[in-house]
Unconditional design. Sequence first.
Length: 141
Amino acid sequence: MTLSRGGKYLAILLVLFVIFGILLTPLSGIETRPVADLTSFGLPLLSIFLVGLVLDFVSLLLLFSGRDALASILAIVGSAVFFPAFFADRTGNLSSQPAPTGIFYLEWATAVISLVAILFALKVRKESRSHLHDFKRGRGY
């Protein structure tokens, strides 16, 4: 299955999002705040972020299996659910401690990647819908 140009860019963005998402977890060593310091508001937001990370990974797999429409929907949702945790950390509502410097910059980079991924996912969704209409009209494939 060959990806469209938008699909290739989306795949790259999803890979970056997954890598950056893993770097934002305590597994990377960059995040030094203890999980015990998460607020009652922060714990569910972190869980939602992790679900979004899984959705983006599944979206990447679906993109390469030719299921562009479903992949684009999962990419939009997976990327969008990063923002509640991002804004909570920016406002001091995620943890009782401020973000370490590395996390601060990684979160901003991830926010940019998320926004651009959502835009490319919308593009891929539009492309997949136009190909479906062409196929139904007997013009495609």
